[in-house]
Design a protein around this ligand. Structure first.
Ligand code: FNR
Length: 181
């Protein structure tokens, strides 16, 4: 199985991008996780869409269409999902050209320095995915709270409990996807 992973942070030292890398290093053998770069995706604009999806959007949609699932790793800003994630979901899930989120199996995890670890943002991302027609993986959940204390300088996840939770999540997520394809 091949899935795409999107980090919702464009920051160089992003905790969420580190979490993507960690997921890649801990994935089950039957799963391939490919990170997808979203920094060049323009702000959603129905006029651009009417002229045909921009090349970067087409590339994103092609990657999603060819994948068996999607893992969204979301930061949280103001108890909400980041704009860059919402933007990707609006492009990918728009019906005007092709909604590539429909029926796509999607998992959502996230990391933040607070004690809730992106609980609000994850709920919002899941709500938007349901509206777009995705199949949303619900349990287990991974909220990496106090994430600034859980990675070393090289970006390795050092917290043992979080390592176990992430591993268990990836195993459950991949067997859930395998039942769907
Ligand atoms: C935050 N942060 C934050 N964290 C959180 O858990 N809940 C929140 O509501 C907010 N709100 C918020 C607003 C704004 C404007 C900023 C810049 C930040 C903190 C945020 O989780 C933290 O900066 C993370 O490190 C961002 O994720 P990356 O870039 O490390 O992946």
């Amino acid at each position: 199985m091949n899935i795409i992973a999107i980090s919702g942070s464009l920051r160089h030292h992003s905790l969420n991008s580190k979490l993507v890398e960690q997921a890649i290093s801990m994935k089950p053998d039957d799963l391939t996780i490919t990170p997808c770069e979203i920094r060049e995706i323009p702000l959603f604009n129905g006029d651009l869409e009417e002229d045909g999806d921009p090349e970067v959007v087409l590339n994103l949609k092609r990657a999603l269409k060819e994948s068996d699932g999607l893992l969204i790793v979301t930061p949280e800003y103001h108890e909400s999902m980041p704009g860059v994630i919402k933007n990707v979901l609006d492009w990918a899930g728009s019906d005007a050209n092709e909604n590539v989120l429909r029926n796509l199996p999607v998992g959502v995890i996230g990391a933040s320095p607070t004690r809730f670890g992106t609980a609000y943002a994850q709920k919002q991302v899941k709500q938007a995915l349901i509206a777009a027609g995705s199949e949303v993986f619900q349990k287990p959940e991974v909220y990496v709270a106090k994430a600034n204390e859980k990675f070393d300088d090289a970006g390795n996840l050092t917290d043992e409990r979080t390592q176990k939770a992430l591993k268990r999540y990836l195993q459950s997520f991949s067997s859930w996807i395998s039942e769907k394809i």
